[in-house]
Design a protein around this ligand. Structure first.
Ligand code: HEM
Length: 311
């Protein structure tokens, strides 16, 4: 993390993805929501965090499409995001930014910067230089895993019907200081739903906000907060490596979405979701991508608030 200047990183997001004043430099097209989280007995068993008390925890939520473009198409095979803030008793806060892919597109901040540099559009052609893109990917093959997953999946029918992974390893500790480590995923309680290519085309590029409003009005949007438990030897410090299939999965609680803000407003507008902000009873892993998120998020927040926060 120390080897990449966070200001340079955020500027590289702008150089590669475009600069859109007032918008997040990543996850730009998004919408604020609120909800409530109810922790389970299994959650209480592994963590003494008040998030799992079983009392309803107020949640600030933001759904978005991946990338820096606030006009990104909703009907493409691209990433969806769900960012969360648990507002806990005793002034504790838990923030996370989860994505609709089990892995991230780079293992280290240096690799992310290099990948973004390789994808930066050439001013003459307005497109990335395929030779540079290939050279970087050949030398860093793990940067392709994320995109291959998205290309292999149909377009999600809704923000409410896709899985959202944390991608980093995290640990939980209970009052006896027993430690459980793993990777989490929020899974729609009613299962995932996707669109055929033909259905996606008919939906057009702007259907996700209205779709979500309708589903929330019907009281139908909830996710199970699931933890896949790591076994000895599993890799937990690399966001490009998912846990092996078939790891034991426990449900830490249920997240229900209860309201959607009007476009361009709401509680998520002028804040950021820093996954390093965790309550007692939850701990991050040594994944270098995790620690490297704090400062660029704050810089992106600062830039867009000064410009006039739009989404
Ligand atoms: C060094 C690594 C990373 C950098 C520099 C970075 C950078 C950023 C920036 C600048 C933003 C916009 C923040 C804002 O304006 O509030 C953002 C948003 C986001 N990032 Fe990252 N990111 C990194 C790694 C990751 C990883 C590994 C994930 C995977 C879970 C991720 C998921 C998200 C999500 C879900 C959002 C949208 C949050 C929201 O709705 O406010 N990022 N990222």
């Amino acid at each position: 993390a120390a080897n990449v200047d966070p200001n340079q990183m955020v500027s590289q997001f702008e150089a590669t993805g475009g600069k859109f004043e007032g918008y997040r430099r990543s996850g730009a097209k998004g919408i604020c929501a609120t909800g409530e989280f109810t922790g389970s007995a299994e959650g209480r068993k592994i963590s003494n965090s008040s998030a799992f008390s079983g009392k309803k925890i107020p949640m600030i939520v933001r759904f978005s499409v991946g990338g820096g473009n606030p006009n990104a198409a909703d009907n493409a095979k691209t990433q969806r995001n769900m960012a969360l803030q648990f507002t806990l008793p005793n002034n504790e806060v838990w923030q996370m930014g989860n994505i609709s892919v089990p892995v991230f597109g780079s293992a280290t901040p240096e690799q992310l910067l290099g990948r973004l540099q390789s994808l930066q559009p050439d001013p003459a052609t307005k497109a990335a230089d395929p030779v540079k893109v290939k050279a970087f990917a050949d030398a860093n093959p793990e940067v392709l895993i994320h995109g291959k997953f998205l290309a292999s999946q149909p377009v999600p029918a809704s923000y409410a019907t896709v899985n959202y992974w944390g991608v980093h390893g995290f640990s939980f500790a209970n009052a006896k200081k027993e430690k459980v480590s793993g990777k989490w995923v929020f899974e729609p309680a009613d299962g995932t739903q996707t669109l055929t290519d033909e259905e996606a085309k008919l939906k057009g590029p702007n259907f996700l906000f209205d779709d979500l409003r309708q589903r929330v009005a019907a009281g139908k949007v909830s996710f199970n907060f699931n933890l896949e438990i790591a076994q000895a030897g599993d890799i937990l410090d690399n966001a490009t490596v998912p846990l092996p299939a078939g790891r034991k999965k426990i449900t830490l609680g249920a997240l229900k979405i209860t309201s959607i803000s009007s476009d361009g407003s709401g509680p998520c507008l002028s804040m950021t979701f820093d996954p390093n902000i965790m309550p007692k009873g939850v701990e991050g892993s040594a994944d270098p991508m995790l620690g490297a998120r704090t400062v660029p998020y704050a810089i992106s927040l600062g830039r867009r608030v000064v410009e006039g926060a739009k989404q």
